[in-house]
Design a protein around this ligand. Structure first.
Ligand code: IPE
Ligand code: IPE
Ligand code: MG
Length: 252
């Protein structure tokens, strides 16, 4: 017998794998950079929509550790667009109450980019309307390995007892320390994989794959994903929520 799903409340943290810029451009006979440029407009729309929807946390996967393998020209285009985005949007983001944070191997970018990222974080650090996290040169395995390295160093220095390492203690060494786990991960462009995104944090996230190419993503897609999320029943390994007589043991 099918269980009636207990609807989840609105997601607190939405993470998006923004994919399909290249295909968007190719389908129009345009260079890939045109897709990335249009993708930046979709970021703007999505941030606005997230604020309107009252979402507390939005993480956007903008550039993966593996994306460095792309031709130098595309990497340069992407870095240039990122700087352009920061310069043109920062005032509005700051005024809208957005707090911007970056996760990823930022030291792989040049000093000027690193400085601009740090400035944007400092400038918006008191904001509370929307926490916007940009994953840049981000890879979950590298993040987890870095956390293990820091923990091992602390143990070696006698600052940490190996037996005391638990899930929460481990998570405190990740780039996302202090942030809530994503409730919902959306990937655009029809690809159904995580591509090394938030592997630890998304352990119990609901996954939604939307065929829309990222440059075409907007408020309606975000609202649709949130609606789908609220229809899903999250169980976290426990028994399904019943509406009938038998109560799940966890609630006794
Ligand atoms: C997403 O679009 C942007 C980045 C990964 C930087 P893609 O550039 O991956 O576009 P497709 O997947 O080739 O269409
Ligand atoms: C994932 O997209 C990374 C970002 C969206 C930034 P990719 O296009 O790089 O992923 P794969 O190569 O299709 O797995
Ligand atoms: Mg892609």
């Amino acid at each position: 017998m099918a269980h009636r799903a207990a609807p989840s409340s609105a997601p607190r943290h939405i993470a998006i794998i923004m994919d399909g810029n290249g295909r968007w451009a190719t389908r129009r006979g345009l260079p890939r950079v045109a897709g990335h440029r249009e993708g930046a407009r979709a970021v703007r729309r999505t941030v606005e929509a997230a604020i309107e929807q009252g979402i507390g946390w939005l993480t956007l996967f903008a550039f993966s550790s593996e994306n460095w393998r792309r031709p130098a020209e595309e990497v340069t285009d992407l870095t240039g667009l990122l700087r352009h985005y920061l310069r043109s949007e920062l005032n509005e983001l700051a005024e809208a109450g957005v707090r911007l944070r970056v996760i990823g191997e930022r030291d792989r970018f040049g000093p000027a980019v690193q400085q601009e990222l740090a400035d944007a974080e400092v400038r918006t650090e008191a904001n509370t309307t929307l926490n916007l996290v940009i994953a840049l040169s981000y890879g979950a395995r590298a993040e987890i390995a870095a956390a293990a390295r820091r923990i091992a160093e602390a143990a070696k220095a006698g600052r940490l007892e190996p037996a005391s390492i638990d899930e929460a203690g481990f998570a405190a060494h990740l780039a996302t320390a202090g942030m809530p786990d994503p409730d919902l991960v959306i990937r655009t462009s029809g690809e159904q994989r995580l591509s090394n995104f938030l592997l630890w944090q998304a352990a119990y996230a609901e996954l939604i794959f939307d065929d829309v190419l990222w440059p075409d993503f907007g408020a309606a897609n975000l609202a649709g994903a949130i609606a789908e999320y609220t229809r899903r029943e999250r169980r976290f390994g426990a028994r399904p929520a019943h509406t009938g007589a038998a109560r799940p043991e966890a609630s006794r």
